[in-house]
Design a binder for this molecule. Structure first.
Ligand SMILES: [Mn+2]
Length: 433
């Protein structure tokens, strides 16, 4: 078995190179260290299912005959679980790394100076014409951006910029990338934010608070989207728009952020010629007067109310369930047949009483326990959500609890389930209008 892993405290370049390498080596298994950085944790809370990664303990080291390490080549930076591989004489080691120093050696070593490790692997994928999906492209772009400061660090090479361009042509989503990356907050941004807070104008519309900040700017200011995000949080508005008027070039950059479902900023920006997703978006408007733009936005927000997304629109149903007196043996069969990692458990009145997942089978220590009812092994007090809550709330709950499936109930009865992929459909705004 070929496994691919990266350094502890994994960042976006580490994860991106790891996922990119799984595309490069068919049949390989990507193994993410158990210690990863907080930014990455938030990102994976939503995207985990898309990238099919294993944790170290799921790997039987006896089966490993090939080890690919990316974004590091030092044994002591790998998850400690892999320590015993160090002694193996017959282990094939393949290295992809942009750090020149490391303690691992191999004839199959790709160590080169480069802005990011992701760049090196994306180059290879491009050369081999391996298809890259928009979501993969977004992650890879984040890998490159994180390590090159969005192509602004001195360590950036032409290759990094070419790779970023290639990923944009594979439909990498800049809105998502910048939302999850920790961004630079410099003095210019700080000044601007102060000015914006000085002249706060807040509007109420159908119970929603909308903040508008109109600013005159000269030249290019990086990370305006982060400034608007902070602005929204500081003035405590549900939705915020920054209108940055560049007099010299006679255009207006509009950036929006929304924390509520009923205002889909991506849709509003698209109707103004820009783009984005429900929580964040932007548009560049030529020869636009900020006051007129503000009017237009207010109209669009007003007309947008009806398009609020109900959980019923994104949930999957009917839900495959098991009754609480089903034997573990039957449950195992059902899980295999359905091909998912967990199932809700219901009582005779169809009320949800627990969740059984593959992990729970590890609690079984004797063979005859396979004949015990599932209620003996299931996790109780399942996290559920009533159907009248919002999609944003589901996403927040998934991140908070780090779970990938949330059963949806109506008066306590199970009516559907929302998985990470349902959430992604919403988040990337892939729903038909
Ligand atoms: Mn790196």
């Amino acid at each position: 078995m070929k496994i691919i892993t990266t350094h502890k405290g994994s960042d976006f370049d580490a994860l991106a190179s790891l996922v990119a390498a799984t595309l490069l080596y068919e049949g390989s298994v990507g193994v993410l260290p158990s210690a990863i950085n907080p930014n990455l944790k938030t990102f994976l809370a939503i995207h985990k299912d898309v990238f099919r990664l294993s944790s170290p303990r799921e790997i039987d080291l006896k089966d490993v005959d090939s080890l690919v390490v990316v974004d590091t080549h030092s044994w002591d930076r790998l998850d400690p679980y892999f320590n015993e591989l160090k002694q193996r004489q017959d282990l094939e080691i393949i290295i992809w790394d942009h750090h020149l120093k490391g303690t691992m050696e191999s004839p199959l070593s790709n160590v080169r100076e480069m802005g990011s490790t992701t760049t090196m692997i994306v180059d290879k994928l491009k050369e081999k014409n391996t298809p890259i999906s928009p979501i993969q492209a977004t992650l890879f772009l984040m890998g490159i951006y994180e390590d090159t400061g969005s192509l602004s660090f001195n360590s950036t090479l032409p290759e990094d910029a070419y790779a970023a361009g290639y990923l944009l042509s594979c439909q990498a989503d800049l809105g998502i990338a910048t939302t999850f990356l920790k961004q630079a907050y410099g003095s210019r941004q700080k000044e601007l934010l102060h000015d914006m807070i000085d002249v706060v104008s807040k509007e109420e519309l159908n119970g929603i608070t909308i903040g508008f900040a109109i600013q005159e700017v000269t030249g290019r200011i990086q990370n305006l989207s982060m400034v608007v995000q902070m602005y929204r949080e500081i003035i405590n508005a549900d939705v915020a728009f920054g209108l940055f008027h560049d007099l010299e070039n006679d255009h207006c950059m509009v950036i929006g952020r929304s924390a509520v479902d009923s205002v889909n900023v991506g849709r509003i920006m698209r109707s103004m010629g820009g783009g984005g997703h429900p929580g964040a978006g932007s548009a560049l408007i030529k020869k636009g007067r900020p006051s007129a733009i503000k009017e237009t936005i207010m109209e669009l927000v007003g007309g947008n109310q009806s398009s609020s997304i109900a959980l019923a629109d994104i949930m999957s149903y009917p839900v495959k369930t098991v009754k609480d007196n089903t034997t573990m043996e039957e449950v195992a069969k059902t899980l295999r047949k359905v091909g998912c990692t967990g199932l809700p458990v219901v009582d005779e009145n169809d009320r949800i009483v627990g969740v059984i997942s593959r992990r729970d089978f590890k609690k079984i220590s004797r063979d005859n326990q396979m004949q015990s009812p599932v209620k003996a092994f299931m996790s109780r007090n399942p996290v559920v959500m009533e159907h009248d809550r919002s999609a944003m709330e589901v996403i927040q709950l998934m991140i908070q609890k780090d779970i990938g499936r949330i059963p949806i109930t109506q008066d306590g009865k199970l009516i559907g389930i929302i998985t990470r992929s349902d959430v992604m459909t919403y988040y990337y705004d892939l729903l038909p209008d």
